[in-house]
Design a protein around this ligand. Structure first.
Ligand code: SAM
Length: 239
């Protein structure tokens, strides 16, 4: 999988060298390239923004540098196998199932907005050429799309086959099929007693059936309490 990041702050992506993502790059599982959008400007000030048509506060990212960057990084031919991501608060919420779908694609290009956002024709153009997605990280506003692109990268790349040393750990995570789409149950490790708090007795019982039931019940309880929007978990079983 190849991932490209277009941003006016490409240094944000230096962290991709760290931890498991960095290891995946060294091992050749993924290839990641950060680009400075200003490299595709032609004026002395390397301008990427202009005032909004129709008036209003703030600035809007001009389409020209994006178009030229696309030509150089992706090419000028339509290709639906290329996925172009536009992080934006007005996008569809990014979910685990979206991460799962993207984990099998060959090419993702992240377009990181700044200021009030990107001229909408850039998105229309990308949609006419490639598979374009407008995605939101959550119902809040960040300063730019870089943090969202990094979060999406982690969510996607950890699902690429070969990324996890133990793929079993993916199966039982929050939102996963093995977790019946629910939140994960609370986790514990040794020591059994710590500062007056004990590991629940059932987890030390060695009784696999009771442990599985306790985890299912806890998942259902947490999901009901915190994320009732994920489904009906009243009985502990998703309907
Ligand atoms: N004017 C925009 C609005 O009201 O929706 C907010 C622009 S925000 C200051 C600048 C950039 O940050 C956006 O273009 C987008 O790339 C990114 N961004 C901000 N919040 C985001 C979120 N919740 N999810 C994904 N990207 C976000």
């Amino acid at each position: 999988m190849r991932l490209d990041y277009l941003s006016i702050f490409p240094a944000y992506f230096d962290v991709l060298d760290i931890s498991l993502l960095g290891k995946a790059a060294v091992n050749g599982l993924v290839e990641m390239h950060a680009h400075d959008l200003r490299d595709w400007t032609h004026d002395r000030h390397r301008t990427v923004d202009d005032t909004p048509c129709g008036g209003g506060a703030g600035m809007v990212m001009k389409p020209n540098p994006w178009g030229e960057a696309f030509d150089d990084i992706i090419g000028t031919e339509p290709d639906l196998s290329v996925h172009v991501m536009f992080p934006t608060p007005s996008g569809a919420p990014f979910t685990q199932s979206a991460a799962q779908e993207l984990s099998s694609v060959e090419r993702i290009v992240f377009c990181c907005g700044r200021y009030e956002g990107i001229d909408h024709r850039v998105i229309d153009y990308a949609r006419s050429m490639w598979t374009a997605h407008e995605v939101s990280l959550g119902d809040y506003v960040l300063n730019g799309g870089e943090v969202a692109a990094l979060a999406i990268t982690e969510a996607v790349v950890r699902l690429v086959p070969g990324f996890m040393g133990n793929p079993g750990s993916l199966a039982e995570e929050s939102f996963s099929a093995g977790q019946e789409g629910m939140l994960e149950y609370p986790l514990f490790t040794r020591p059994v007693s710590w500062r007056g708090f004990d590991v629940p007795e059932v987890l030390m019982s060695g009784h696999h059936g009771r442990i599985a039931k306790w985890r299912r019940d806890e998942s259902a309880r947490l999901t009901r309490e915190r994320r009732p929007d994920l489904g009906d978990f009243g009985s502990g079983i998703r309907h």
